[in-house]
Structure formats: structure tokens, C-alpha cells
Design a protein around this ligand. Structure first.
Ligand code: NAD
Length: 490
């Protein structure tokens, strides 16, 4: 059994099935758990909702030990990101001083803001924006709305954005943000108010040439339009129309780009096609499984169908389904839009998490959250290729197992970079008052992402290393060069 004390900090006690749950008080959702301050009560947040059931307290957020265990597990993400940087430094002998800069985030903003709910009561919420680095250009990165959002996660994801933009050679830096909420608990009107109030709280810490948010988990073009409108409303009237590019991933009518919605999934599929070409592997008739059927997962799933590949299992937050005869990703995407998830999809069997991960297939596309491929699930996987649509889907132990099992990995910072590449196109179109056709967008995306793939592949071959480390080396090489050319002020 894993020694939690050693690896995760304070000892995690085994879960109790008692209704008298031991709770930790986690004040106002602020990062950092207050050790020693234990209360008795019931939890609304963990997966054992059926056991727990008391209303949430007005002030403060309650977390049971089960939930806390998840937080500890997840909070390794930033540490993993830094360990990979260290590994790349050792292999490629990067300048240690520059690595010191890259190991830190530049700015971290935590905002607590009040929002009036539909029933008139006020809720205090917490949001984050972390700006990791802008040496290559304005900060750029998504915003997620999720109950597991915390500073460690946002810090890690902001850092990964810097690597991503560096790998694909676009003039952006790295940032990430989010709000610590479960959006399913709010009405559309409340979500709009939350988004607008958060944008107002961020103030000029975001801006069209300074820091440009985009959609991520549980955020979408509508949310981007609310951010855009709120930001523009705070600008002098004669300047407003110069600011429409304060966000990307907007609805087309509000200045969005064709091809942005599918861009991340499209990038994943361009790279799977390139990998197949490199390995003389035919995608026609190849089988694939997808975890997460939101923006990235559903688009990757649908575009794979165009290669004649067969989707045979899908898992999302509502459950998992399987059909060896094939699941039509277009129908499934429509079903998910209507029903909120894959559960009860009529043309497949319901399966559990373990069966989903054990499903024999050629390709696995993780497109949900971080730390999905762990020591346990990596052992179950029976695929040739993992194409990481999600950010950080594989933890360190999981990664070692994939390497041992010789499962090829197209790592996240390369694999899901299609989104930020087309965000860059959207930003450019807004700045130049241009409108590009879909063909042009797709061709440019393919050219950029495939050449990044080649840089990563060549680096992996040159150093005889795994692709994740190779991707990190490609990113750091560009950043190191820029720092060396410019020097450190003063
Ligand atoms: P989304 O909110 O549209 O979809 C998330 C999906 O993950 C949903 O289907 C949800 O049910 C599923 N999910 C959530 N928790 C799960 C769990 N515990 N087990 C199984 N499935 C679960 O989000 P998205 O925009 O598609 O983002 C997915 C991933 O891709 C994230 O890691 C995100 O950071 C990354 N990403 C997104 C973009 C983008 O353009 N949207 C770009 C690059 C990377």
C-alpha cells in the first residue's frame, strides 16, 4: 500500500463509511488545508454524495477526507511539471539560471468576489489567473470552471501553456485561470453573473495585448462572449472595438474564428494521422477509445471517424459505454448535448471505469482532466498509442508504465496545441479585421502542428528519450534562446 505520509504530506486515514464524516474546514476555498481543524458533519462535494447530504454551510466550504484525498493526489501536478523541466535540464544541459526563471510563475492573482444568486442571497466565490511567462508574447491560456480548481492546478497549467506556445512557435506566453465552482449547481443567469463579476475582478490584469483567456473545461464560446462584453464595457467607448480580441474562442458573430471550436480535436487528429503515416499504420478500421466527450473529446472522436476508424468505448463524468461494433461519434455528440453525458446512450452497453481502461483498442484519446492515467489505469491500458487531448492526463507513475509497456505517447503540450494555434489565428484576424476561410485555417494549423511534431520526434531520436521529455526540450530550447539574446534587465 502506498505510503501517503511520505508522498502526500499528512497521513490520509482510510475512508470511513460512517455517516458521521470527519470534515476539514477549508476556509472560503482558499488554497491550503488547515491541518488540525476538524469538524463533524456531512460533505456535499465528494463522490459519496448519496452518503452525505447536509446543505452546504453559508460561509466556508466543507470537504470530507475522501475529497481531501483527491486534492492531495491532484496537487502533485505543478511538482510533476517542474520535475519534467529538471529532467530536460539534465539531458540538454540548459542554463540553470534560465531554468530557475522558468520554474516560477510571474504573477498569481486570486480574487474573492460576491455574486447575487437567483434567490437573492450572496455567494462568495474564488477565481484564479496565473501568468507564468510572457517572454515570447502576451500571456495566453484557458479558463476553467470546476470544483477541483485550485492554485496548484492553475499554476501547473499556466506553466504548460508557456511550453505549448514555445513548441509550436507562436508569439504567446503562458497563463491559465479558473473559478472554483461546480457550474452544474448554477442557473444560466447565475453563470453569466459569475463570469461577468470574475471578469470585473480581473480588471486590467487581462487585455487584448496583455493576457488573452480562452475556453477550457466547462467554459465555452458563450462564456467568452460574456467576458468580452464585460471587459469592453469597462473601456472608453472610442477604444472598445479595438479590444474584441481580449478573448479567443468567441462565437463567430462576436469575432470568433471558423475552425476554433474543433481546433484542439482537429490538432489531435492531424497528429494521430502523422503518427500513423510514420509507423505505416492504417487508420482505416483502427479502433479508438475516448475519455471525455466535451469539446476536445467529441471533436477528436468525430474527426477520427473521417479516417474510417471505429470508436468502441467512451467515458465521461456521467459513466462509461462500450460497443465493439462501433459507436457513431456524431450521434453520440448530439446525445451528449441533449442529455449532458454518455450515460444511458441506447446503442452501447454501460461499463465501469476498469472495463473502459481495459478495452483493447489501437488508440486512446484522454480528453477529460489531469491524472487519468495513473499506476492503476496505465496497467490496464491495452492500446498502441495515447494521444493526449487533455492537459496533464498522465501522472508520473502512469507515464513510467506506458514507457515500460512501449505504448507510444503524443504528449499533451504538443498534442492539444491545436486550440492555442487557432486562437492565435483568431487573434490575428481580429487585429487585422480579416476573416479567414476554414480551408486556410486547417491548412495553416496542420503545417504548424506537424512541424512541431517533427521537431519533437527528431529531438526524441537524437537524445534517445521519450517524447514527453523531448517536447519539453524543444520548448525550453526556444525559451532559453530568447532569454540569452535579450539578457536579464537591468
Ligand atoms: P469540456 O468541459 O468541454 O469537456 C470535459 C469532458 O471531460 C466532459 O465530457 C466531462 O464529462 C469529462 N470529464 C470530466 N471529469 C471527468 C472524469 N472524472 N472522468 C471522466 N470524464 C470526465 O472540456 P474540454 O475543453 O474538452 O477540455 C478537456 C481537456 O482538454 C482539458 O484537460 C483541457 O485543459 C484540455 N484542453 C482543452 C482545449 C480547448 O480548446 N478546449 C485546448 C487544449 C487543451
Amino acid at each position: 500500500m502506498r505510503n501517503n505520509k511520505q508522498e502526500n504530506g499528512p497521513d490520509l486515514k482510510p475512508l470511513s463509511t460512517s455517516k458521521e464524516w470527519k470534515l476539514l474546514y477549508y476556509q472560503h476555498g482558499r488554497p491550503g488545508l488547515e491541518e488540525g481543524k476538524k469538524f463533524k458533519g456531512l460533505c456535499n462535494y465528494c463522490d459519496l454524495k448519496s452518503l452525505c447530504g447536509l446543505p452546504k454551510p453559508e460561509i466556508g466550504v466543507w470537504r470530507c477526507e475522501h475529497y481531501r484525498a483527491k486534492i492531495w493526489k491532484k496537487s502533485g501536478l505543478h511538482e510533476n511539471v517542474l520535475r519534467l523541466l529538471e529532467k530536460a535540464q539534465e539531458i540538454n544541459n540548459f542554463d540553470r539560471d534560465i531554468c530557475k526563471i522558468m520554474a516560477e510563475t510571474m504573477n498569481e492573482l486570486v480574487v474573492h468576489f460576491p455574486v447575487k444568486m437567483d434567490d437573492g442571497h450572496i455567494k462568495m466565490l474564488t477565481g484564479y489567473r496565473v501568468q507564468h511567462n510572457n517572454v515570447l508574447g502576451p500571456f495566453k491560456g484557458g479558463l476553467r470552471f470546476h470544483p477541483m480548481v485550485d492554485i496548484d492546478e492553475i499554476r501547473a497549467l499556466a506553466t504548460m501553456m508557456t511550453w505549448k506556445t514555445a513548441i509550436v512557435n507562436i508569439p504567446f506566453g503562458g497563463a491559465k485561470g479558473g473559478i472554483h465552482i461546480d457550474p452544474s449547481e448554477f442557473s444560466p443567469k447565475e453563470l453569466e453573473k459569475i463570469t461577468r463579476r470574475f471578469t470585473f475582478a480581473l480588471g486590467n490584469n487581462i487585455g487584448p495585448d496583455y493576457d488573452i483567456p480562452a475556453p477550457d473545461v466547462n467554459t465555452n464560446p458563450q462564456i467568452m462572449a460574456w467576458i468580452q462584453d464585460t471587459y469592453m464595457s469597462t473601456i472608453a467607448p472610442n477604444e472598445r472595438n479595438r479590444c474584441i480580441h481580449v478573448v479567443t474562442g468567441k462565437p463567430i458573430e462576436s469575432g470568433g474564428s471558423v475552425g476554433r471550436e474543433k481546433a484542439t480535436g482537429q490538432g489531435v487528429v492531424f497528429l494521430i494521422e502523422k503518427w500513423a503515416e510514420d509507423h505505416g499504420f492504417s487508420l482505416k478500421g483502427a479502433t479508438y477509445i475516448v475519455q471525455g466527450f466535451g469539446n476536445v473529446g467529441s471533436w477528436a472522436g468525430r474527426l477520427m471517424k473521417m479516417n474510417g476508424s471505429k470508436l468502441i468505448a467512451v467515458e465521461d463524468v456521467t459513466g462509461a459505454i462500450k460497443n465493439e461494433e462501433g459507436i457513431d461519434p456524431d450521434y453520440l455528440a448530439m446525445y451528449v448535448k441533449e442529455h449532458g453525458g454518455v450515460v444511458n446512450y441506447p446503442k452501447a452497453q454501460a461499463i465501469n471505469h476498469e472495463i473502459f481502461f481495459s478495452t483493447k483498442a489501437d488508440i486512446f484519446i484522454p480528453a477529460a482532466l489531469e491524472n487519468a492515467i495513473t499506476r492503476n489505469t496505465a496497467e490496464l491500458l491495452n492500446v498502441k498509442l495515447v494521444a493526449e487531448g487533455a492537459n496533464g492526463p498522465t501522472d508520473e507513475e502512469g507515464d513510467k508504465i506506458l514507457q515500460r509497456k512501449k505504448i507510444h505517447v503524443i504528449p499533451d503540450i504538443l498534442c492539444n496545441s491545436g486550440g492555442v494555434i487557432v486562437s492565435y489565428f483568431e487573434w490575428l484576424q481580429n487585429k487585422r479585421s480579416e476573416f479567414w476561410e476554414l480551408d486556410e485555417i486547417d491548412n495553416k494549423l496542420k503545417k504548424i502542428i506537424v512541424s512541431a511534431y517533427e521537431r519533437v520526434r527528431n529531438t526524441a531520436v537524437k537524445h534517445k528519450i521519450d517524447w514527453r521529455t523531448a517536447a519539453q526540450i524543444v520548448a525550453m530550447s526556444r525559451l532559453e534562446m530568447v532569454y540569452k539574446e535579450r539578457g536579464i534587465f537591468p
